[in-house]
Ligand binder design. Structure first.
Ligand code: GLC
Length: 431
């Protein structure tokens, strides 16, 4: 049957109208977000490791006040970075949309981007004119992979030495690992302390950061800037030896090989040790009247030096959006708030976290809460912090380091053997 000219024209118009409708529908859901009435609430789930400070609650409170139509439910994840990593990987492998926004440890973004677990943020960044130059470029680049930005950095971490100002006299803070060993031994038992020094020596990610610090303080490296594995060196071996010596000293808890951050920070704020190696949040926590018995008695210094100087491991967390979220737009609003100046200021004041927006280091309230942010030792530690290997199969490399360093601490291998084994296994894993 032959169609009349008018019928054809009508069909064409109908197609046109349908296409338009489809396009406009697509546009309103531009970010794949579901259409909602403006006053209908959307709930998003935000996951991160257990927060020992009040910062996360305060951020959510401030965000919900500003965005009354978005409810943020906080999902506590294991504070052990490796356990948290595995929980996300299991959920995201199963394409779960349950979590919308999550924090990533600085060593994960390449892996998560490659696996398709997180959303590239570039279109959001452009749409909202976020100026990436405002960020610490090192922290920012940790989440840049294949020329895309997969997360925005929320805080930087660097390992530091915290000490009790009521036990350690001013000017008497240990400068070298050997001085630390002498002082920790001497001061153990002062003012009711049970130990001399606390660190993180369980077989987990934190052990890697403690090892990186010892190794770098003697001039060693695990993987160099050209991506070559160089851990089987005299310098690295010296660092491992010093770590083994400290972890086996009488002044650390006998069960130090079960200590992650929470075990060590709890012992410190309960007044059990004059010294602890930890991340900057330790300061805010130690001054939290609701939790700490040592409020006002905490000092911060660079970690002790080895033969090559003091070295801090670079840590930190970034915020990303689950690639399978059903609420990308709301997820982005929350991510933007938390990693932006308002959220980072709350993190710095209530969580003692070092901002990735350098301008906040000049903010008076931030400095009042964290006087050490302006100290040279802290700024140097942050600026020179040592990265862990930046590779998509980082978990595999980390596991090798964890196993070998644990064996060295428990005397199953010598420092030399640990270095040799790491060299061989990491080399193979990097092929
Ligand atoms: C801190 C650091 C993180 C590191 C972890 C190890 O959370 O920010 O980068 O991997 O400690 O326990």
């Amino acid at each position: 049957m032959r169609k009349s000219k008018w019928t054809s024209l009508f069909s064409l118009m109908l197609v046109f109208v349908l296409v338009l409708a489809a396009c406009s529908g697509d546009e309103s859901g531009e970010d794949g977000a579901d259409e909602k009435d403006s006053d209908e609430k959307v709930k998003i789930v935000y996951a991160r490791g257990k927060d020992a400070t009040k910062a996360t609650d305060k951020i959510i409170e401030a965000f919900e006040k500003k965005y009354p139509n978005i409810d943020v439910e906080f999902r506590d994840m294991p504070s052990d970075s490796g356990a948290q990593h595995d929980a996300y990987v299991t959920a995201l492998n199963g394409k779960s949309s349950e979590i919308d926004v999550m924090d990533l440890d600085v060593v994960w973004p390449a892996e998560f981007a490659q696996a398709g677990y997180v959303m590239a943020l570039d279109r959001f960044i452009q749409k909202d004119n976020i100026n990436l130059d405002d960020y610490n470029q090192g922290a920012l680049s940790a989440a840049n992979f294949n020329a895309k930005q997969w997360a925005l950095p929320k805080f930087i971490d660097a390992g530091m030495l915290f000490y009790r100002t009521d036990i350690v006299e001013e000017g008497n803070v240990p400068q070298t690992w050997d001085e630390l060993i002498t002082k920790a031994d001497e001061l153990q038992g002062e003012k009711g302390t049970k130990f001399g020094y606390l660190m993180q020596a369980k077989q987990y990610e934190g052990l890697v950061t403690n090892a990186v610090e010892f190794i770098a303080s003697y001039g060693g490296e695990i993987v160099n800037e050209n991506g070559e594995v160089v851990v089987d060196s005299e310098e690295a071996i010296q660092g491992i030896k010093k770590m083994v010596e400290v972890a086996n000293a009488d002044f650390v808890p006998e069960n130090i090989t079960t200590f992650t951050e929470p075990e060590s920070h709890t012992s410190f704020i309960e007044g059990e040790s004059p010294f602890i190696r930890n991340w900057p949040y330790q300061y805010a926590l130690a001054n939290d009247e609701d939790q700490s018995e040592i409020v006002g008695n905490v000092g911060v210094a660079p970690l002790p030096k080895g033969d090559a100087g003091s070295a801090a491991a670079l840590g930190g967390w970034m915020t990303a959006i689950n690639a399978y979220t059903e609420h990308p737009r709301e997820a982005w609003e929350f991510l933007k708030f938390m990693t932006g100046p308002e959220g980072q200021k709350i993190s710095a004041i209530h969580g003692g976290l070092a901002p990735t927006l350098p301008s906040l280091f000049e903010d008076e309230e931030v400095l009042e809460a964290n006087p050490f942010f302006k100290e040279e030792g802290f700024v140097n530690a942050l600026n020179n912090a040592v990265s862990r290997p930046v590779v998509p199969n980082y978990p595999e490399i980390s596991e090798i380091i964890q196993i070998e360093i644990s064996k060295a601490i428990t005397g199953k291998v010598t420092a030399e053997e640990a270095a040799k084994n790491m060299q061989k296994k990491i080399d193979a894993a990097m092929q």
